[in-house]
Design a protein around this ligand. Structure first.
Ligand SMILES: [Zn+2]
Length: 667
């Protein structure tokens, strides 16, 4: 994809207009240009670096376009930081000029998401000048980001290296971001990667006087105060509607409680329910900067029907619910006297009626597709159903809430370039406009995958997973980027197999059951088997024995590469993946010799070795996880998260010891 990185070898000597030293454009080699572009993230759609100009720190003048845009002021400030100050015109050796609109910007109008598109072009005729051109402040802000990344990548404490370049760039997906976890603590970092949408669940409920309240939690206020500086829109979330009853709602309005066994279901025939949601919407839409609210439809009815009162029982509860949300939206807009965008998020509970829900929605209502078993999913499978694609084709803004962590409730290190690349390419190919990713418990646990999501939601066809890994190593100053990419390629595939198999998380779900029990009963499924298309444990993401064996070898290779790299995070991750895949392989081999009737005497020695291997593998992962967490966790956080994982591992180890003993194998 570097065919677009044009490598001109023109020499040019320029004299700057101000009373400064002659400005010299230096040629750079093909390799140097390629290396320089690696400092950008995401990779611009088209970038050609033909040389560089070196000026003293503090000698670049920034000429912003007029106006009061917060974003333009921030762009100028960030650029000045990168250049070591904004030079007065008398001392400027080089100029960076913002251009909002104008004839040169017209060509951007035909690009997708043109409101975020930009050009950077170089003028070297008189004084040196880079011009940042866009149709909106957002576009200019992104032009400034790209330039900063390049300048910071190669400048020294005394000199600034300015690329002589031509860039044209625009994003594939209109909205790119995260919901939940600690996104509000990483806004600058996320904005630097051109993410532009963040969501968080709001503090909502009914107060002691029976009045609905809705607000941003105080610790999340950076989403209101800081996010606009980085071009990030904050969209508050109204929690899944079957989970709001306990927030003082049923206490004050017992009539809102649906007539069904489900403790949280609402009765949508009570007109007060729409009034309450409308009041939440009014309060949240009044938060400064808020233009969009995301209302999460009911997530899980646990097999119960919706309200069975006389008015509700003859209609699908999903349709009653969405009609209530739409009614609330209309009331809220009326009360506010202005428009705001409504986004609704689907779930596994709405899935059977999603098409009917879409049919109820006006065209300007956005939808994020979520399903806890399908979009929170690390399996090698496409996760966007065709009816969602059809809806996107009709022009509705459609999005998705996928996870980029090892699992949303079970955290192990995961550097998954090919996994994230695969997901984002599916989303872009299927015409989705909104990415609301989920990385829990925190961004820093999965910084690589989060950055990869920013990369490919902007430019899905740009960098390959390998090239992204190399560029990541360059940006983070990891020694030997090629070897880091070797490691990423190897670990990413085997970790994808492990986490996509819910190995080890599946132990908690009860489906298909605990490994030690299944082994004993002779009920371990076949490789590649996924129970009810939803529960892949223990090896549903591994298609056959050859792949399992290849995974074991890959993990060992990854560990070797990580040690050679001397990159401790990679070493810890490799140890976890190596331990867990070795345990899985031992389980698979045990499956061949353990019968419900026991183990044949001739297989006892092999069984003993395999039980030991299983336990040693899990123990290796178990011992590493707290060390890994210490490297990625915010030390100010009151809690750790690995305890939940190591507890499962301890349980698995002791259960397998018991199984071995019951089968007459003495460990
Ligand atoms: Zn009802």
């Amino acid at each position: 994809m570097y065919s677009r990185v044009c490598l001109l070898t023109l020499a040019a000597v320029l004299v700057c207009a101000a009373q400064c030293a002659p400005l010299t454009k230096k040629n750079i080699s093909q390799q140097e240009a390629l290396q320089w572009v690696r400092y950008t993230v995401p990779l611009p759609k088209s970038i050609k670096i033909s040389g560089q100009i070196i000026v003293p720190r503090g000698a670049v003048r920034i000429v912003p376009s007029p106006g009061q845009s917060v974003l333009l002021k921030q762009a100028a400030k960030e650029l000045a930081d990168a250049f070591g100050g904004n030079a007065p015109s008398s001392k400027a050796a080089f100029t960076v000029r913002f251009q909002l609109g104008g004839a040169e910007a017209d060509a951007l109008k035909k690009l997708k998401n043109s409101d975020q598109a930009y050009k950077i072009t170089t003028f070297l005729k008189k004084a040196g000048e880079l011009r940042l051109i866009a149709l909106t402040p957002n576009g200019l802000y992104y032009a400034a980001k790209t330039l900063q990344q390049l300048v910071r990548g190669r400048s020294t404490p005394s000199s600034i290296r300015i690329p002589v370049l031509e860039v044209t760039d625009w994003p594939d997906m209109a909205q790119r971001g995260l919901w939940g976890a600690d996104n509000y603590e990483h806004l600058k970092w996320l904005g630097d990667r051109k993410m532009n949408i963040m969501e968080q669940i709001s503090a909502i409920g009914v107060d002691a006087q029976g009045k609905p309240f809705a607000a941003v939690r105080p610790d999340r206020m950076p989403l209101v105060t800081e996010a606009p500086l980085y071009g990030i829109e904050f969209a508050p979330v109204i929690l899944h509607l079957e989970q709001v009853g306990r927030l003082g709602v049923f206490e004050h309005y017992p009539e809102f409680k649906g007539k069904t066994e489900h403790p949280g279901a609402l009765c949508y025939s009570q007109p007060g329910v729409a009034d309450m949601i409308a009041e939440w919407m009014v309060q949240l839409a009044s938060v400064p900067g808020v233009k969009t609210l995301d209302c999460w439809l009911t997530e899980n009815m646990h097999g119960q029907p919706g309200c069975q009162c006389d008015k509700c029982k003859n209609e699908k509860w999903q349709l009653l619910e969405v009609r209530t949300v739409l009614k609330a939206w209309e009331k809220a807009k009326q009360k506010l006297g202005r428009y705001f965008t409504l986004r609704v998020t689907t779930s596994e509970a709405t899935e059977p009626e999603n098409k009917a829900i879409f049919a109820e929605l006006p065209p300007d209502v956005q939808v994020t597709y979520y399903h806890s078993l399908l979009t929170y999913n690390n399996r090698r499978m496409q996760i966007i159903p065709s009816y969602v694609v059809e809806e996107a084709k009709k022009g509705r803004w459609m999005g998705v809430i996928p996870n980029f962590c090892s699992h949303t409730g079970y955290w192990e290190p995961f550097t998954g370039a090919s996994f994230v690349h695969y997901r984002l390419n599916e989303f872009v190919d299927k015409g989705l406009k909104i990415l609301v990713g989920y990385v829990t418990p925190g961004v820093n646990y999965y910084r690589f995958n989060t950055e990869a999501a920013a990369e490919w939601s902007w430019n899905a066809k740009g960098r390959s997973p390998r090239e992204f890994a190399i560029s990541y190593a360059v940006r983070y100053d990891i020694k030997n980027p090629e070897k880091f990419a070797d490691w990423c390629e190897v670990i990413g595939e085997v970790a994808w197999d492990v986490y996509g198999s819910h190995w080890l998380y599946g132990e908690k779900t009860g489906h298909p059951g605990k490994a030690a029990d299944l082994l004993k009963k002779g009920e371990l499924p076949e490789l590649g088997s996924v129970l009810w298309d939803a529960f892949p444990a223990p090896w549903g993401n591994i298609k056959d024995e050859a792949r399992l064996n290849a995974d074991v070898q890959a993990a060992a290779k990854a560990l070797k590469l990580a040690k050679e790299l001397g990159y401790q995070l990679a070493v810890e991750e490799s140890l976890v993946v190596d331990g867990t895949i070795r345990a899985l392989k031992a389980l698979y081999e045990l499956r061949k010799i353990v019968r419900p009737t026991g183990i044949a005497p001739e297989h006892k020695p092999a069984a003993e070795r395999l039980f030991r291997e299983y336990i040693a593998g899990l123990k290796q992962a178990r011992d590493v996880l707290p060390r890994w967490e210490k490297m990625v966790r915010n030390p100010n956080w009151p809690t750790t998260y690995e305890d939940r994982v190591t507890e499962i591992l301890d349980g698995m180890i002791s259960e397998m010891k018991n199984t071995a003993a019951e089968l007459g194998v003495n460990l």
